[in-house]
Design a binder for this molecule. Structure first.
Ligand SMILES: *Cc1c(COP(=O)(O)O)cnc(C)c1O
Length: 410
């Protein structure tokens, strides 16, 4: 097959720029008091994290603690059921703690240790980032303060319990709507007072430079492994690769190792209940260019540039913006962004349970739903799906709202 993507051979050397720009997106828009702290993180990342010692230590952690490499698995029964397309999944659900998030949290924790920090600070919405970070903190012997809206604390009780079990402090945020936005503000405020001894850890490939780059670099292990594994299993590259896009960490890690290959790449955004404002979180599909949470990208915003309300059945996907590198890859035409609604995601969820014995996270089921759609078109070929996490966290909610999938023709 001719490779029309050869022009991307040097992509990783070109982006981001030294100032953290991906084309016109990214950057570091910070309150003046935090500029020095983020510079310190950037310098540390560019020196320490590139040392052989750091890289070898991270490799050991991934192998011995996280259980990497995670396998690539050929979903034969599901593929046969749907037609000719061969569906493969990268099993990030088998990564320790059950999702890809630990890949960047362990990297951030190791960096914090090398920088001599005593504490990691973060906010969490659904609690998935909080649990991964609390795990890293316990591993490295760091203190861990997780800011969380009171409403989310009530909604996500099992994750709150897990964080506390792991030794983290969960600090309730009681102002405003008491959800993620207020938790972000509270965590930033705490960091302003503690940046000498603490490091702020962002939960996706978003936020001010260098976080989108750091998170992406730590997540690229997913795509690097998957590419090698797929080649070894089949002798070829997949025809298509896809992943769900919330902030964009599991997807960017999966995509970039394929960026210069003759492979079509699809990012799958959450279409929720539909295209009206407040019914989805499809930031590229329906958003516009703007600045939010310290970086420039596509975002769902009102006329004043404030975040619009977002919704998805998958709590890990309901973020009103997207990592800046996705905005660039969209504009360059290298990655295609599509949107999948709640119902399609749930149908794919039940299919993977029934046909393959894997209960996926609802987030990951969005990516799988795109693969199901491709398979139903009847084309031969192969598609590699990043199965970003496992679904244990969602089963009670699903049984209550969807039973055991009776309404889908499985
Ligand atoms: C948090 C989460 C996501 C979404 O985050 P990204 O940064 O877009 O990857 C996807 N899948 C799972 C399982 C998650 O926990």
């Amino acid at each position: 097959m001719a490779n029309k993507y050869r022009e991307f051979d040097n992509y990783l050397k070109e982006y981001p720029s030294l100032e953290g720009y991906y084309g016109q997106y990214g950057g570091a828009h910070l309150p003046p008091q935090l500029e020095a702290a983020f510079k310190e993180i950037n310098i540390a990342y560019n020196t320490i994290a590139r040392s052989a010692k750091f890289i070898n230590e991270l490799r050991r952690i991934r192998k011995e603690f996280q259980g990497r490499p995670t396998p690539v698995y050929h979903c034969q029964r599901l593929s046969n059921k749907l037609g000719l397309t061969q569906i493969y999944v990268k099993r990030e659900d088998l990564n320790h703690t059950g999702a890809h998030k630990l890949n960047h949290c362990m990297g951030e924790g190791l960096l914090a240790t090398y920088m001599g920090k005593k504490k990691i600070i973060a906010e969490t919405g659904a609690g998935q980032h909080g649990v991964a970070l609390a795990t890293a903190a316990a591993f490295f012997g760091l203190e861990c303060d997780i800011y969380m809206g009171e409403v989310d604390i009530a909604k996500q009780a099992p994750n709150v319990t897990r964080m506390k079990m792991l030794g983290a402090r969960v600090i309730p945020v009681r102002h405003g709507l008491k959800t993620l936005k207020e938790a972000v503000d509270a965590a930033f405020e705490a960091y302003l007072n503690e940046y000498d001894t603490a490091i702020y850890c962002i939960g996706s490939a978003v936020g001010p430079h260098p976080f989108p780059q750091m998170v992406r670099d730590f997540q690229m292990v997913v795509g690097i492994e998957a590419r090698e594994q797929f080649l070894e299993m089949t002798g070829n590259l997949p025809d298509q690769v896809c992943a769900c896009v919330g902030g964009g960490s599991n997807s960017i890690g999966m995509f970039l190792p394929f960026v210069a290959d003759p492979v079509e790449i699809y990012g799958v955004e959450p279409l929720g209940r539909g295209s009206a404002i407040g019914d989805h979180a499809a930031s590229i599909t329906y958003g516009s260019k703007g600045t939010m949470h310290g970086f420039e990208s596509y975002m769902l915003q009102d006329e004043q540039g404030q975040p619009q309300p977002v919704y998805s059945i998958a709590s890990g996907l309901d973020y009103p913006a997207v990592g800046p590198e996705h905005a660039l890859l969209h504009d360059l035409g290298r990655v295609n962004y599509v949107a999948v609604d709640d119902e399609a995601a749930m149908e794919a969820y039940f299919m993977l349970c029934r046909y393959e014995g894997i209960i996926p996270a609802i987030e990951s089921a969005h990516a799988l739903a795109y693969a199901v759609q491709v398979a139903r078109e009847g084309n031969p070929g192969s598609i590699l799906v990043n199965l970003s996490g496992r679904g244990d966290k969602d089963v009670d909610y699903i049984v209550e709202h969807y039973g055991y999938g009776e309404k889908f023709n499985l």
